[in-house]
Ligand binder design. Structure first.
Ligand code: TRP
Length: 453
């Protein structure tokens, strides 16, 4: 085992750089693509409320636990669990995480490719000539089922992730996020101004913020919790890995709070862009996964300044995807650097190419492999399902149990309190209670409900 002395690992250059990078990981397609359509399908404001509860009671404690494991060990997920309880079954939590990172990036890269394609297509204006979401949907369907074009953009997305991660933590990931995250915020604010100043925008705001509790059931809560995990990049050691590049000086609790708030704020603000615009243009939000790719182009087509707005929107979507894609790649790369002693360059190139190759059948799941189904689901659906619905919640629950009971909250406190005194009573007690009892039980119930419906 190569451990802390490995100079291939790297470190964050500043606290702000770390927070931007971790937020970049969290803020992704989950916020801009998934969140709005899930809200649209599940009753607007009521769902948002449940989502917020999941974020604060379950997501936040786990994120702090992950950062703590990372900084304590300065290792990837496998090394982190293994170094705290050597050669025990708990190392399996780390392996599950690395596997989940591999699987998630394999299909995330496909959707990342779509966002790249739509940046280009919005620049040329080819996504801006639709009279109805149906027409736009046909155009989208043709694109994602095209073997060559879709694969080209998929490869391009993976290539960009690889070239950033090749440059390491400080010079690659941090530098990219230092530029990309402020750009993302600026774009989002511009879009919000445009959207909220449209005639009829308020109807969308009302839909978004007024809760319809009749739509809430057990399944809604499952969806909200799953979304909270995915959006905060939890349950697979992504935040363990990012935390492992932190120095002892940094304040883990406040970093956690910043990242959680930033991620949640962006998701909420994206809703403030999309719903007002959709309603102002007289369309329906409940379109499912194609909301962003087939409803929005129609919205942009009829909106004043729509061409510019569409370029800004899809660029924002692509930025969100890149800063998350690199965090997924880094988890698997860190495993090969720390545990196998590979140099970064070798790890990034091999891991990146293998993940791309494994993602190809996911990319083709909308075209030539669409009929290639097992139990009614395509390759893409299976990979997404295994990683998002099984590995992430299981990983999150086991991480909470490990920190709460095996490694112990006492040890965790010692690590959190290094060089900071802001984690005193009552926060320490509150966190301990959540991570030991509430988080594992809540995730466990949700998980069982999913596996045995
Ligand atoms: N959080 C990102 C999003 O919202 C995706 C992501 C990056 C992720 N790293 C992760 C999801 C780790 C789960 C686990 O799109």
């Amino acid at each position: 085992m190569k451990a802390e002395s490995n100079n291939q690992r790297g470190f964050w250059g500043s606290r702000l750089g770390f927070i931007l990078a971790a937020s970049g990981s969290a803020i992704g397609l989950g916020n801009v693509w998934k969140f709005p359509y899930i809200v649209g399908e599940n009753g607007g404001g009521a769902f948002v409320l449940i989502y917020l509860v999941c974020i604060f009671i379950i997501g936040t404690p786990i994120m702090l636990a992950e950062f703590t494991l990372g900084r304590k060990t300065h290792l990837n997920p496998v090394g982190a669990f293994n170094s705290l309880k050597p050669d025990s079954v708990y190392t399996g939590i780390g392996y599950m995480g690395v596997l989940a990172g591999f699987l998630i990036l394999s299909f995330y890269g496909v959707v990342g490719g779509w966002t790249f394609a739509y940046v280009v297509k919005s620049m040329t204006g080819s996504v801006l000539s639709f009279a109805s979401p149906k027409e736009a949907g046909v155009f989208f369907g043709n694109f994602i089922s095209s073997t060559g074009e879709a694969l080209f953009y998929h490869a391009l997305f993976m290539g960009v992730c690889i070239s950033i991660v090749l440059r390491g933590i400080h010079g690659g990931i941090e530098r990219a996020c230092d530029i990309l995250m402020p750009t993302l915020v600026l774009f989002l604010l511009l879009l919000m101004v445009r959207s909220l100043t449209l005639d009829g925008a308020m109807e969308g705001v009302t839909f978004y913020l007024s809760p319809d509790f009749s739509k809430i059931n057990a399944n809604t809560i499952l969806i909200a919790l799953g979304q909270a995990f995915f959006s905060l990049s939890l349950g697979m050691g992504c935040m363990i890995t990012y935390g492992s590049y932190l120095s002892e000086k940094e304040n883990l609790t406040s970093s956690t709070v910043y990242v959680v708030i930033f991620d949640t704020l962006i998701a909420l603000l994206v809703g403030m862009v999309i719903f007002p615009a959709v309603f102002a243009m007289g369309l329906e939000p409940a379109e499912g996964p194609s909301l962003v790719f087939s409803v929005l182009p129609v919205v942009f087509t009829s909106m004043p300044m729509g061409h510019l707005v569409s370029v800004i929107f899809f660029t924002l979507l692509a930025i969100a995807a890149i800063t998350s894609g690199i965090s997924l790649l880094e988890v698997v790369v860190a495993y090969f650097i720390d545990q196998q002693g590979w140099p970064r360059k070798k790890a990034v190139i091999i891991v990146g190419l293998v993940i791309f190759a494994f993602g190809v059948p996911s990319g083709l799941s909308f075209g030539v492999m669409a009929e290639w189904k097992l139990m009614g689901m395509t390759f893409f659906d299976h990979v997404d399902n295994i990683a998002s619905n099984y590995l992430l919640p299981l990983g999150g629950m086991l991480t909470a149990l490990f920190v709460g009971w095996i490694w112990g909250t006492k040890n965790a406190h010692l690590e959190i309190e290094k060089n900071e005194n802001q984690f005193g009573f009552p926060w320490a007690q509150g966190w301990e209670f959540l991570i030991r009892y509430i988080t594992p039980v809540a995730v466990g119930i949700v998980f069982l409900a999913k596996v045995f419906p």
